[in-house]
Design a protein around this ligand. Structure first.
Ligand code: ATP
Ligand code: MG
Length: 664
């Protein structure tokens, strides 16, 4: 860096718009601003651009069939296979190039990389093995696995034989596994003996077995041996209906399985949403629409090219890993990285070590990770040469401008555009974000909707809100990557996502509006700032406040690492603002910092948003995907029963926060 940090901070503070770096624009996959108008004028045929990224066995007859909204169908009549698109078609030109670069926990140094040729072989063998176990087209195969290569191999093997997969995040409980297998009538499970966490072996099969005991039908389970002799202490013995993955594959060495021809609208997979709200929903994604959507967004937003080494640090157990570790990158024939471990083991520079060693070209991660990096300090990235990076991305939560700028400066060295991508499990892929080779960036705002998408911010009556005012995010037209329904529950699909703003008796697609249940606002340039879930909007003395705006003001105060704001019951105000705050390393949660936080909120939003209480805590309760569990904090503020904390990554923190909130 050429200027002092102080000067740069000052410059960043006044300059809220960042142009994409020239060096990036010159080589970007998409750099023509005309793409927005072109797509609007040519809708829905514009989405042929996405379908053209795939190889079709049979061409589709129609881009969009909207005759029965909201059950839209895309690329109807078309036929293809997802595994053939992710593997076979790359073999001639890229067979020797690395498809998956797997970085294991540093315990045994056994990084494994798979060329397209090798991955193709593994997938074929496991596809043959699954078939031999009785898996047929349209049987749902559940996977309960951590970040090991056998997970994407199993997913692609399923795709090859037309069996939809349903991946359950390995950190979820036995109960969560059972609920999902029962709900999907899934008779097959692929899991593993255990895995490593911070260098130590962790039992996983025990938990899987506990879940299987609650499954109401007969099952067959394939168990990957991840730990080898390090797992001996767990004393696992496979049951009658359980088979060792290695043995099974050995029986099918060299097998080739012809990819099954799938209809564009055939189900590729089911994904149950994380369940931070309500009962888990089985989101159904299809082969043609989903695969073209993740391919197109990987190309135009993540700027993926075949020669890249692309690194997304999410878990494949989340939609982000499905779309942007496995399907999108592999469909484009690039090298996609997978990391088994955590960012702070053996040291807090682990991610930067990986980026340097593998010369990663893109990094896609979550705001919660960026805030942790910021809390640890820039000395960790500063130890490494990160100049291979060309683009940075974030997903999962709103990113506050201070964290955005830290990411931009300390990871991207001001030379990488950042894409702040708003989307959901249900949308299949990215929806609102900048095209990095075209649009300026505004820290804190995700950006405009992608070309071809019609996103509007509405009030409760369905009218568009003025720029700057809080409203609800809506999507006015269908898109190829959208969910098709909730598994076996069309009614709930309509109820959850459409009923709010649609005329549900109408057959006219113009009367149907998709409602993602997020609050948002839009500025004069059409940039959208997502304010968080609808439930995260507070009502203080009749004023509607987004928790995210208050959090962003708090995190803007020097010394604050992370903040969560919730509304607690208040006799006079209705709701009052309660803030839970973690400090950066080297800072203390004292009265001085508390005063600075209150002043910061008053300055940024006004006295109305003044926190009633500021609680300093070493950590915030997070879901396994790193999202703050505000519901729990709300109960703490109200002194209520806490309910289920089993999907938390750090359940031990809850009691401590309770004590601190009571001033103990
Ligand atoms: P559940 O639906 O089960 O409650 P979830 O909504 O956390 O779980 P996901 O589909 O993984 O499950 O997350 C989507 C949500 O994450 C969005 O609706 C939005 O609230 C939030 N989100 C994702 N990306 C962004 C972003 N870039 N900016 C702001 N919010 C985001
Ligand atoms: Mg959701």
């Amino acid at each position: 860096m050429t200027e002092g940090d102080g000067q740069l901070e000052a410059r960043l503070a006044e300059q809220e718009v960042f142009e994409p770096p020239e060096s990036f624009v010159e080589q970007a996959n998409v750099s023509d601003p005309g793409v927005y108008d072109e797509f609007d004028e040519n809708w829905p045929e514009c989405w042929e651009a996405a379908a053209d990224l795939l190889d079709w066995e049979t061409d589709y007859d129609q881009v969009l069939d909207d005759s029965n909204p909201p059950f839209y169908e895309w690329f109807t009549g078309g036929e293809l296979n997802a595994s053939a698109n992710c593997l076979d078609r790359h073999l001639d030109e890229r067979g020797d190039e690395v498809a998956i670069e797997w970085v294991g926990e540093p315990v045994d140094e056994d990084d494994r990389s798979f060329t397209y040729e090798e991955l193709h072989r593994e997938v074929n063998e496991f596809a043959a093995a699954l078939r031999a176990q009785g898996v047929e087209e349209d049987d749902v195969v559940t996977m309960y696995m951590p970040m090991i290569p056998e997970l994407p191999i199993a997913m692609l093997a399923c795709a090859r034989i037309g069996a939809p997969h349903s991946v359950v995040f390995a950190g979820f409980s036995a109960d969560a596994l059972a609920t999902r297998m029962n709900s999907a009538d899934s008779e097959y499970l692929v899991t593993c003996d255990g895995y490593y966490r911070r260098g130590d072996p962790l039992d996983h099969l025990d938990k899987a077995n506990e879940g299987l005991a609650e499954v109401e039908h007969d099952t067959t389970t394939v168990v990957v041996d991840r730990l080898g002799p390090n797992g001996d202490d767990f004393g696992h013995e496979l049951g009658d209906d359980q088979i060792d993955y290695g043995d099974l594959v050995a029986d099918h060495e060299g097998a080739e399985v012809e990819p099954v021809t799938r209809d564009a609208e055939d189900m590729l997979f089911l994904m149950y949403t994380s369940g931070t709200t309500g009962k888990p929903k089985g989101v159904k994604h299809t082969t043609g629409g989903y695969l073209s959507w993740v391919s197109w967004t990987s190309q135009s937003v993540l700027d993926i090219k075949p020669d890249d080494t692309y690194f997304c640090s999410a878990d494949i157990g989340w939609i982000t890993g499905h779309s942007y570790i496995v399907y999108g990158p592999l469909a484009l024939g690039t090298t996609t990285m997978m990391y088994e471990g955590t960012p702070d083991h053996p040291e807090r520079d682990r991610l930067w070590e990986i980026v340097e060693e593998h010369e990663a070209t893109q990094l896609y991660t979550a705001p919660t990770a960026i805030r942790a990096f910021m809390k640890w300090g820039e000395e960790f990235p500063d130890r490494h040469d990160l100049s291979s990076l060309r683009l940075l991305g974030t997903v999962g939560e709103p990113i506050n401008p201070r964290a955005w700028k830290w990411y931009y400066q300390h990871i991207g060295n001001e030379e990488c555009p950042i894409v702040d991508t708003w989307w959901q499990t249900e949308t299949g892929g990215m929806m609102v974000t900048t095209l990095p080779g075209v649009k300026d960036m505004k820290p804190g705002a995700a950006g405009p909707p992608l070309p071809g998408l019609d996103v509007q911010i509405l009030d409760t009556l369905g009218d568009e809100v003025e720029p700057g005012k809080a409203g609800y995010l809506t999507v006015q037209k269908p898109w190829p990557g959208m969910l098709r329904t909730l598994y076996n529950n069309d009614e709930r699909y309509i109820e959850e996502y459409w009923a709010e703003y649609s005329d549900t008796d109408s057959d006219d697609p113009d009367d149907w509006v998709y409602f993602p249940e997020d609050g948002a606002k839009i500025d004069e340039d059409g940039y959208i700032t997502v304010l968080g879930r609808v439930d995260d909007v507070l009502n203080v003395s009749g004023h509607r406040l987004g928790t995210m705006e208050i959090e962003s003001a708090i995190v803007g105060v020097e010394g604050v690492a992370e903040a969560a704001v919730v509304g607690g019951d208040h006799d006079i105000k209705g709701e009052a603002v309660y803030a839970y705050v973690t400090t950066e390393d080297g800072y203390e949660g004292n009265d001085e910092l508390r005063d600075a936080i209150v002043a910061g909120v008053e300055d940024a939003i006004g006295p109305i948003a003044r926190p009633e209480q500021v609680v300093f805590t070493p950590d915030l309760p997070k879901t396994r995907s790193g999202k703050i569990m505000r519901r729990l904090l709300e109960n703490i503020a109200d002194g209520k029963e806490l309910g289920n904390t089993s999907t938390l990554r750090n359940p031990e923190i809850v009691e401590e926060i309770q004590r601190k909130a009571k001033g103990e």
